[in-house]
Design a protein around this ligand. Structure first.
Ligand SMILES: C[S@@+](CC[C@H](N)C(=O)[O-])C[C@H]1O[C@@H](n2cnc3c(N)ncnc32)[C@H](O)[C@@H]1O
Length: 193
């Protein structure tokens, strides 16, 4: 009887350790994947998000895209605080992706679409507002992509790292400002001259 009890406790502890190890491995792997593909997972605070999205004049007419959406807090703020018609997120790392997926299912957020693929493969043809909080190299590649595949007048909001408008002349800088210790840059995709 007692040995059965100890056996059960041992089994429980073993299972607990296995689950913990799986979480740790997925978490570390996620960090590695994020850095390899373009930017680590550094979510913004809720206060900063509202300020930054207001700075971008996000409105209910917008279709919001977050390329590298982390745990989806930009997408959710877009829906709850700005009532955007649709919010689309792309996230490459498993940890933030599954966290976002869980929150979407839990809150039954049907206006949010989420994909776990490299954002360089995203379909951005519907976007009216694209949000980027990524390292400069990836911002540069995405700028080329937006010119090729985006709609004219699409607004692009970059946090921390701007688009190089000397190289990407198709983007017009509308405004820039330091918000909550981070620079925010708002651009519009111009018609070719
Ligand atoms: C700095 S975080 C920004 C998270 C969120 N957008 C925010 O502002 O709170 C960058 C996110 O982009 C993801 N990421 C990096 N490179 C990516 C890529 N090529 N495709 C999709 N997601 C990527 C990372 O995994 C990370 O979660």
């Amino acid at each position: 009887m007692i040995s059965n009890f100890f056996f059960l406790i041992l089994l429980f502890l073993l299972l607990f350790h296995v689950i913990l190890m799986v979480f740790v491995v997925v978490y570390l792997l996620s960090g590695l994947i994020s850095i390899i593909f373009g930017a680590p997972y550094v979510p913004l605070s809720q206060k900063s998000i509202q300020k930054i999205l207001s700075f971008g004049n996000l409105s209910s007419n917008d279709i919001l895209y977050d390329l590298g959406c982390g745990d989806g807090r930009i997408l959710m703020s877009g829906i709850f605080d700005f009532n955007v018609s649709k919010a689309v997120g792309y996230e490459i790392a498993p940890w933030p992706y599954f966290k976002t997926l869980f929150l979407i299912k839990l809150n039954q957020l049907k206006r949010i679409k989420l994909s776990r693929i490299n954002c360089l493969k995203a379909d951005i043809s519907q976007a009216t507002f694209i949000y980027l909080y990524l390292f400069p190299k990836l911002v540069d590649k995405i700028a080329y992509k937006i010119v090729r595949e985006g709609k004219l007048k699409t607004r692009v909001l970059c946090v921390a790292f701007p688009i190089d408008t000397n190289r990407h002349i198709e983007f017009q800088l509308i405004k820039s400002e330091k918000l909550e210790n981070l620079m925010a840059y708002l651009y519009e995709l111009k018609a070719p001259t």
